[in-house]
Design a protein around this ligand. Structure first.
Ligand code: SAM
Length: 250
């Protein structure tokens, strides 16, 4: 199995594939005035649909849920059908870097824990065209929560994602990309630990057994253990900001 197949196998059984929670999704949604059953939502990097189901249940909107991994979309579609949302939630295999929709297609563009894959600044610039005039963007992004940080932590994140910025820096990027910042909040620790890392840790042993403790599986487990160690040690200094903004300039 290659690295991507192992990654899918490790994460497919999670409720979600990154930090977040239904409460945080609803908190962000509360800032997107006017979104309801007649709205069209695009959920980018949806994974197995943790936030998609929350959005679907709360709004009754039509949701295009995009991911580049068919294995995650299959799970999302099963979950949506079981929740009675099969008609409203549509899984779409596409790259977030080449989204197959005309300009002005959506009232709300959503993305939790995924935009870093193409970089925040590029993502918000390129996704803006998909929004109707005054449409909303709601996106979670890894941020520095403090101005000064231990060197070990700075080096770790600069290796993984050099674009990581402070909350004020991320807000400025939104302003410069043609959005009006509406609100932001920081995801609480429970979104990382209880909702994501703890269930993941519980799956590690079975995952290793399933793959006969192969070098690839062990390497992936070690990578995740290191990520969790860093979070536990330095969670004062970084985390996800959830940013809600509105398309302006037209
Ligand atoms: N939004 C989900 C959540 O919070 O549980 C999933 C977050 S997970 C950290 C990132 C997701 O982005 C994965 O499902 C991954 O397959 C998807 N992804 C990564 N790169 C992508 C790309 N270039 N185009 C589309 N999806 C991508």
């Amino acid at each position: 199995m290659d690295e991507m197949e192992l990654m899918i196998d490790l994460h497919k059984d999670g409720d979600r594939q990154g930090p977040g929670s239904p409460e945080a999704t609803l908190q962000a949604l509360a800032f997107t005035e006017g979104i309801g059953p007649d709205s069209r939502i695009l959920d980018i990097g949806c994974g197995t649909g943790g936030q998609t189901l929350t959005l679907g249940k709360k709004t009754g909107a039509r949701i295009e849920a995009v991911d580049f991994l068919p294995a995650f979309l299959e799970i999302l579609e099963g979950r949506a059908a079981r929740a009675g949302l099969g008609e409203r939630i549509h899984g779409v295999r596409a790259s977030m870097e080449a989204l197959p929709y005309p300009d002005g297609s959506f009232d709300l563009v959503w993305s939790e824990g995924a935009i870093y894959n193409m970089g925040f600044a590029r993502g918000v610039r390129e996704w803006r065209r998909l929004l109707k005039s005054r449409g909303f963007l709601a996106v979670s992004e890894i941020c520095w929560f403090t101005k000064e940080r231990p060197q070990e932590l700075t080096s770790y994140w600069e290796g993984l994602y050099p674009e990581i910025d402070t909350v004020s820096g991320v807000t400025k990027v939104l302003e410069e990309a043609g959005y009006r910042p509406v609100a932001h909040f920081l995801l609480p620790e429970s979104c990382w630990l209880e909702a994501f890392y703890e269930p993941l840790l519980e799956r590690l042993e079975d995952f290793l057994k399933r793959h006969g403790h192969s070098p690839g599986a062990r390497a992936l487990v070690e990578e995740h253990q290191e990520e969790i160690r860093m979070y536990r040690k330095y969670k004062e200094h970084y985390g996800y900001g959830f940013f809600i903004a509105q398309r302006t300039g037209d």
